[in-house]
Design a protein. Structure first.
Lengths: 267, 294, 349
């Protein structure tokens, strides 16, 4: 249908304003990370000194290290469990408890973060009381919590990809002599690999960024990057945070780009 | 048991165990704690079931329930959350629907780029993005600086730490959650229907209201829920951008838990949050499924 | 000779639907056997039960005397060519074909030789390094065929092999399949909804409807001597006319007001099947009457014949397929219908 020029301009304006709204705050952080002055409203010159201070800030470096480690663990765990759950949901037809299973997988997507965080903390406390593990709260409890909510997202991505595969492919593999696991490895895995990668990247990002759930299940000595940023922000606008934020945005954008390209490649 | 069944159980084992332990069990525990009393010690709970002389004793404490029902703080917190979440949803719809529409009608080769631009902010740290608004909205922040410079105002506006700041932050954070599913629905729409409507004499606006809007309703609803439910439970944005005089329910939960060390109360709030939000949501999704997929 | 394949009392239920209803069927070695039916008739279900892709609700599947009912596909001596071909998109043509050999742990040199051999057989040489997405529909089908044949199965199952091909390719592939089957001597079981295809290719056909096998026989037998109205109508669209017996090999057709001879005797009231292509049309009453007459309602040009729809005086409509009819009857004109004595087939059900 022919679109009038007026409509095109209107459409472009709508999108332009929308994107401006979405990107303006991010851009402001990036721009002011290079501001020599501490004050946001005063531009006193281009400087990378905040990045320099960041590089020497041990607390930030430690928090970064911890966050990255937990994120990698969470992403890997989420993809492994998520693949199993996704395969079952996509290929097993009806099975006992499917509705409950489906609900449990999706729960973190639906529940408010404070609820998930609180409930997991209570679990950890009870577990420590009953069986002595996990001992105290810290990196381990954070990692477990992150895997749990990341599974919800990973399963959605992977399930959609598995469901789009022709079931005849697995039947053909079986027909040609492959036992179920061999068929999965030889046929399904290569074809869902891009979705697995996308799910890994998304889980990684979500874990890296999580604040609320982490705040509940963390313990002494386990300060992740978001926790550090939050306490820093509560104290006031900190130019180092701008630099950190810019770096995070830069890395996250590249991750997002990669993941989106991967997802499109897998159809 | 046949080999096929054993294999299925094998695949389901790990997910079941993980989910059962880390999703189902916590839920039950929260429920249980909400029935217990606050105590001293670590953890600060007097569990509602005890074991004495070889048989269980019950000590269900409903103080939290009474307090919840009576103290204005909690009721106001829930209402406040629902109100803010509702307004957020509405604003997201007003801003997001046009965006999604334009995206869906854009030339096919542009669409992936447009989608990516919406997804991009979603991937970058939400904490940083909320923090950015502090820099923009504070009294000596970017917005005031710009408005003062342009001469539009003479005194800096107080926006930060007010409900308005919270609202702006919420709309900002949740916009992609509405735009993306709505775009997905609109993109699948059969645009020849609009041509048919035009052929039958409908003007553009009329066609929109009578054809496009109704057909995009499932996607709109999905997006709206995807905004409303998590938004009601949002903690970070009101905490960083709002004030403590009009807290949202998550802030109340946080204060009860970390501030007052009243774990049973916090648990009860969590359960209430769940009931008030998640359960109607599940019913709605179930209803949508049976009503047929559009 | 003992049958190679025996389906015994095979039933498959999906919830409320009965896809296969107590089917008992024998397929002999070396046959090109066709399962013919409309969609939903159960023919694909039967094929899948044979291949091991469904487990029956009741009944047994025996291949070469062995009860394979409980065996999964990878343990059966069958191989399937799927309707969608199901080629592995991430593997080359050669890798696709070699897949089964790899699963059987055949040493590479031997496997490579077998792959080459079968590619020659289906005329795919030189295409080994291509990916499925780079092939035409016909080429993809040959890859699917090669992939199954390279394993030298006892039984080859084909699910609607010609349905995705255009008309010209269909004819060519038909002959190719028949040639392959002859050369290799493998038993083929083909599922198709196209009766012309089934009749042209198969040595024997089982006509299916609603999960049951209605009739089994050679194409000629089924065509010339259908045992029931369903088959008579399904195959070749015969005219079904009410009939009453009036003597040995003779019936009366009340709706047409005439008597005629029939092939076999009709024991009681029944029907007669009269194929459109065996009826002649003429403006004048032919000899050997009395013959029924009616009004030509429509004429459709089909290239090698014309299809006439004639409303007989008794009210019933008959279809006549004829070419070069003298006088060239047009809609609105009256015509007489006549047929040879061996044309009507008596049907009691």
């Amino acid at each position: 249908m022919r679109v009038s020029r007026g409509a095109k301009i209107a459409g472009g304006t709508v999108l332009g304003l929308g994107y401006a709204f979405l990107f303006a705050p991010i851009l402001s952080v990036i721009v002011y990370s290079f501001n020599e002055s501490r004050l946001v409203t005063v531009w006193s010159g281009f400087s990378t000194k905040w990045y320099g201070e960041l590089a020497h800030d041990d607390r930030v470096l430690n928090a970064l290290r911890l966050s990255l480690g937990i994120a990698a663990f969470a992403a890997s765990g989420a993809v492994i469990i998520g693949t199993m759950a996704a395969y079952a949901l996509a290929r097993f037809g009806k099975f006992r408890g499917k509705a409950l299973f489906s609900g449990l997988v999706a729960a973190p997507l639906v529940l408010p973060e404070v609820t998930t965080g609180l409930s997991m903390l209570l679990l950890f406390v009870l577990m420590e009381r009953l069986i002595g593990w996990p001992q105290g709260r810290g990196a381990i409890t954070i990692a477990i919590a992150h895997v749990t909510f990341a599974v919800a997202y990973a399963t959605v991505i992977i399930r959609s990809r598995i469901a789009s595969l022709d079931p005849a492919l697995e039947e053909a593999a079986a027909d040609l002599g492959a036992r179920p696991f061999a068929a999965f490895v030889a046929v399904v895995l290569p074809l869902i690999a891009p979705a697995l990668a996308a799910a890994w990247l998304l889980s990684f990002s979500l874990s890296l960024d999580d604040f609320v759930i982490t705040a509940f299940v963390t313990g002494p000595g386990a300060t992740t990057l978001p926790l550090l940023i939050f306490s820093s922000v509560k104290l006031g606008v900190n130019p180092e945070i701008n630099a950190l934020g810019t770096l995070i945005v830069g890395v996250a954008s590249m991750v997002a780009l990669t993941a989106t390209l991967l997802q499109r490649k897998s159809g | 048991m046949s080999a096929a069944t054993a294999r299925r159980r094998g695949v389901l084992a790990l997910p079941w165990i993980w989910l059962g332990l880390f999703v189902a069990a916590p839920f039950v525990i929260v429920l249980a704690i909400s029935l217990s009393s606050a105590g001293y010690g670590s953890p600060p709970i007097d569990f509602f079931i005890g074991w004495q002389n070889g048989h269980p004793t019950f000590n269900i404490n409903l103080d939290s329930f009474e307090l919840l029902a009576s103290d204005q703080l909690y009721i106001r917190g829930f209402l406040n959350s629902i109100a803010i979440a509702g307004l957020t949803t509405l604003l997201c719809l007003l801003v997001g629907y046009p965006m999604a529409y334009v995206m869906a009608r854009a030339p096919a080769r542009l669409q992936p780029l447009l989608v990516m631009l919406v997804i991009l902010p979603f991937w970058t740290s939400s904490l940083i993005r909320v923090y950015a608004w502090i820099g923009i909205l504070k009294e000596n922040g970017l917005l005031n600086g710009l408005l003062l410079h342009l001469g539009l105002i003479s005194q800096p506006l107080v926006i930060l730490n007010t409900p308005i700041a919270v609202q702006i932050g919420m709309v900002y954070a949740y916009l992609p959650f509405l735009v993306l599913p709505l775009y997905a629905t609109l993109q699948k729409l059969d645009w020849t229907l609009l041509e048919a409507a035009a052929d039958l004499g409908a003007k553009p606006w009329s066609a929109f209201f009578r054809v496009t809007l109704p057909l995009s309703w499932p996607g709109t609803l999905a997006g709206a829920l995807l905004v409303f439910v998590p938004a009601s439970g949002e903690y970070l944005i009101p905490e960083l951008l709002g004030s403590s005089t009009l807290p949202m329910i998550s802030t109340v939960l946080w204060t009860e838990f970390f501030g007052n060390r009243d774990w049973p109360m916090a648990s009860l709030i969590a359960v209430m949050l769940l009931l008030v939000l998640a359960i109607p949501l599940l019913f709605l999704r179930g209803g949508q499924a049976t009503a047929g997929r559009v | 000779m003992a049958p190679l394949i025996r389906l015994e009392g095979l039933t498959k239920r999906f919830g409320e639907t009965v896809a296969a209803d107590d089917v008992t069927l024998d397929i002999l070695e070396g046959e090109l056997f066709g399962l013919l039916g409309a969609s939903g008739s159960g023919k694909t279900t039967l094929l899948r039960l044979l291949g091991g892709f469904e487990t029956p609700t009741a009944g047994r599947v025996l291949i070469d005397g062995v009860d394979v009912t409980a065996l999964p596909p990878y343990e059966r001596p069958t191989n399937m060519v799927f309707q969608s071909y199901a080629l592995f998109p991430h593997m080359t043509v050669a890798a696709n074909i070699a897949f089964g050999l790899k699963q059987a742990r055949m040493p590479k040199p031997e496997a490579d030789a077998r792959v080459e051999e079968v590619m020659e057989l289906v005329k795919l040489a030189e295409l080994g390094k291509r990916k499925p997405s780079e092939l035409s529909g016909g080429q993809r089908q040959r890859v699917a065929l090669a992939r199954a044949l390279v394993l030298r199965p006892k039984v080859l199952l084909l699910d609607e092999p010609l349905s995705a091909l255009d008309k010209k390719l269909r004819e060519h592939t038909q002959f190719e399949l028949m040639r392959l089957q002859r050369e290799l001597g493998i038993t083929f079981v083909i599922v198709t909804h196209d009766q012309d295809e089934a009749m042209a290719m198969c040595s024997r056909i089982a006509v299916m409807d609603m999960g049951k096998v209605i009739e089994t026989g050679t194409p000629r037998a089924i065509y010339e001597r259908p045992q029931c109205r369903f088959v008579a109508d399904f195959i070749g669209g015969a005219n079904i006319i009410d009939a009453e017996p009036v003597g040995p090999s003779r019936v009366r057709l009340p709706a047409l007001g005439v008597e005629c001879a029939v092939t076999d005797s009709l024991p009681a009231k029944g029907w007669v099947a009269l194929r459109p292509e065996r009826i002649s049309l003429s403006h004048e009453a032919p000899a050997g009457g009395p013959w029924p007459a009616g009004q030509v309602e429509a004429v459709a040009f089909h290239g090698d014949f014309q299809l006439y729809r004639v409303r007989m005086d008794g009210g019933v409509e008959l279809r006549v397929a004829a070419s070069n009819v003298p006088g060239d009857p047009k809609p609105g004109e009256r015509a007489f219908l006549s047929w040879p004595a061996d044309a009507p087939v008596a049907l009691s059900r």
